[in-house]
Write a protein that binds this ligand. Structure first.
Ligand code: MSP
Length: 654
């Protein structure tokens, strides 16, 4: 029996970079929600996709020496290929370069235009390419883009504007009157703050083709393309086949899941666009926080990005999904830290859940030949744990429905821990020893019946593992075929597990992880990634043109020739050599140089080098460096700069 419909979306991701933990998290949340609503017996639709127009993409494509289309095809494919590896079963994948999407953007734009909500005007603003948007003077922080901390470019041009300001008072009232339209509360407050600040203006929704051609042409002026956000937001209805598609009629309005970075476009641009076009608003905007890596933002240039593919290779996608959904309180930021990750997998999955399955299945094998026993009279203890089971399921549903997924899981884990305790207190081994076979059968039955419920409700979070656990309990449930397996009906009925059926004799769904070995490996991999990022950054810096310096500045650099007296590796630093060099100053000078991977220390005494001497001294691992030896560096190769002919020590370079 179907009780309703449920449509859930993720942001459509920019294709200027590969998918990482942040994208994986949002999409896993949406997948878990879609599965959860299937369990509730609803007809669901889950969509994700890629956002492929705009400056940012053009620049990224150029960097890779590709046309924008070639480039977006490649990266969009990477997103699409990742999802099945994380057990993400999206029903749709939308691309903003899809012809149908383009048509719908133009239709909505025309509707808004016909409504009199678009005008042509001149505009000067601070444009940040990273954000693909203009900032007003007030929004800048010390003259810099608040997101990227880079200096935006001041651009003045004629453009089309959406009269967003016309709808802001209505939106403010709507948000006030619908307390869960934007949730959790802190983001609703943030949005109301923006609406009250008076800083919001009309929205510039076009870009002249003279500056950008990679976009959707405006239906009423072929000299302009559509601003990426106006284009991208429309995906939520274009993929439903708006205006006449069955999916649109069935599923709109839906639920959006986004992170806090894109609260404004989803909380302000999108509802006002929908209002102007005369379309119904979405049901809820569900906003989550950011995943951080040891309290810092993940970034490619820092080399601290968590790769979801690697995580699933090492731990499996069930465990990875479980951790993300259990660790982050939806709405707040969370830290991804390998110790906590492995700790949680070992505690929650291996110790609590895995152990419950393994001990109960092996006891049923030992005492009942792996056949589900017929239960007899229930005791108060049995009734108590069965009530706990029903309560946990009820809480789980309530919390999941209100986006408190971490707490929903906690409710199930309370039950799992309770079941382990029930095993300890009922002690089936003692009942067997004392020949209390009727009681033994009842205890095992109660346990198996509750374990079946646990596995049933965990399907949205850990689909494969749930199905494996159910198979072990003799349950052949195909959720894909049988979405109307309704949790509600299961809560109060304990008859779903039939006595007499065969079950598995053992279970090892969540093996324990050797934390020490795994952490060492992860540590090594992070180090290699950071090293790679450092090199890339250094190369980027090396190839960037330097600003002009005056002749006087150059002359003030004390560059001299010297002869190496001795050279050895610096203790505790693999890449650094410690030199003693005669620059004709009377006393030899100590300089440290990071060239240990390129030169053997024994080969250097007696040879000449060049160095800059008037830098401030630096201390590395307790040793002082009084200058810097000059080298030439390219593509990982490093060579010393030496005079072409031997020169007296102290000779000046210039
Ligand atoms: N293309 C726009 C969205 C248009 S939707 C009509 C965009 N793309 S994005 O690639 O930058 O994706 C942003 C989204 O990725 C965030 O809102 C969030 O869902 C996810 N995340 C990216 N990094 C994240 C973290 N570090 N932590 C959690 N999620 C983050 O914005």
């Amino acid at each position: 029996m179907q009780t309703g419909t449920y449509y859930v979306t993720t942001p459509i991701y920019y294709v200027n970079d590969n998918p990482h933990l942040g994208h994986a998290y949002t999409t896993i949340v949406a997948d878990a929600l879609a599965r959860f609503h299937k369990l509730l017996g609803e007809k669901t639709l889950f969509s994700t996709g890629t956002d492929e127009h705009g400056d940012k993409i053009v620049k990224a494509a150029a960097k890779h020496g590709q046309s924008p289309q070639e480039f977006v095809d490649t990266i969009s494919g990477r997103f699409r290929d990742l999802w099945p590896r994380l057990q993400i079963a999206n029903d749709r994948f939308v691309r903003t370069t899809d012809p149908h999407h383009i048509k719908v953007v133009q239709a909505i734009m025309q509707k808004v235009y016909d409504r009199g909500d678009i005008y042509f005007g001149e505009f000067g603003g601070h444009y940040c390419t990273g954000c693909e948007r203009f900032y007003t003077e007030k929004e800048l922080v010390d003259g810099l883009c608040p997101q990227h901390l880079t200096k935006p470019e001041f651009i003045k041009e004629k453009n089309y504007f959406f009269k967003m300001s016309r709808y802001l008072p209505w939106l403010k009232q709507y948000v006030e009157e619908h307390p869960d339209f934007i949730r959790p509360e802190r983001y609703r407050k943030e949005l109301l703050g923006m609406l009250e600040s008076g800083a919001l203006e009309d929205l510039c929704i076009s870009r002249p083709k003279s500056r950008l051609t990679w976009g959707i042409e405006l239906p009423f002026d072929s000299n302009y393309v559509t601003y990426v956000w106006f284009d991208a937001l429309v995906n939520y209805i274009s993929l439903l086949g708006y205006p006449d598609g069955e999916d649109y009629k069935t599923f709109w309005p839906g639920e959006h899941i986004v992170a806090k970075d894109i609260l404004k476009p989803h909380g302000i641009f999108w509802p006002t666009m929908l209002r102007s076009a005369g379309l119904p608003l979405y049901n809820h905007l569900n906003v989550h926080g950011y995943w951080l890596m040891r309290d810092t933002k993940m970034s490619k240039s820092l080399g601290n990005v968590v790769d979801p593919v690697r995580m699933t290779e090492l731990f499996g996608s069930d465990a990875f999904r479980y951790f993300l959904l259990r660790e982050m309180q939806f709405g707040s930021d969370a830290n991804f830290n390998y110790e906590a990750f492995i700790g949680r997998l070992n505690t929650d999955l291996a110790n609590d859940l895995g152990n419950l399955f393994s001990r109960v299945l092996s006891m049923t094998a030992k005492y009942e030949n792996s056949i589900v026993p017929q239960p007899r009279d229930k005791t108060d203890d049995d009734r108590a744990i069965m009530n706990d089971c029903a309560d946990s399921m009820r809480n789980y549903i309530k919390l999941f429905e209100s986006m408190q997924i971490a707490r929903a899981l906690e409710a199930i884990w309370e039950l799992v821990r309770g079941l382990n305790k029930y095993v300890d207190t009922q002690a089936p081994w003692a009942l067997a020893k004392e020949g209390k076979t009727e009681r033994l059968k009842t205890v095992l039955y109660v346990l198996l019946a509750c374990m079946r419920k646990v596995a049933l409700v965990l399907w949205p979070v850990m689909p494969h593992a749930a199905i494996t656990m159910l198979r072990q309990l003799g349950q052949d449930i195909d959720y894909g075929q049988n979405p109307e397996l309704i949790i509600d009906d299961e809560i109060n009925c304990f008859g779903g597990l039939y006595p007499g059926i065969s079950i598995a004799s053992s279970s090892n769904v969540f093996p324990r992880i050797d934390a020490k070995v795994m952490l060492a490996q992860l540590e090594e991999e992070s180090r290699a990634m950071q090293e790679k990022a450092r090199k890339l950054q250094a190369e980027k810096e090396a190839s960037a043109p330097r600003p002009q310096v005056t002749f006087d500045v150059f002359k003030s650099c004390e560059l001299r020739v010297g002869t190496v007296l001795s050279c050895e590796k610096l203790k505790g630093a693999d890449r650094i050599l410690k030199f003693s060099i005669d620059f004709g100053e009377g006393e030899p000078r100590q300089i440290l140089s990071g060239i240990a991977q390129h030169y053997e220390p024994e080969s250097l005494p007696g040879t000449q080098v060049c160095a800059i001497l008037n830098l401030p001294p630096r201390t590395i691992r307790g040793a002082q460096s009084n200058g810097m030896i000059l080298t030439a560096e390219k593509d990982g190769r490093v060579v010393l700069i030496r005079p072409e002919q031997p020169m007296p020590n102290g000779s000046l370079l210039g």
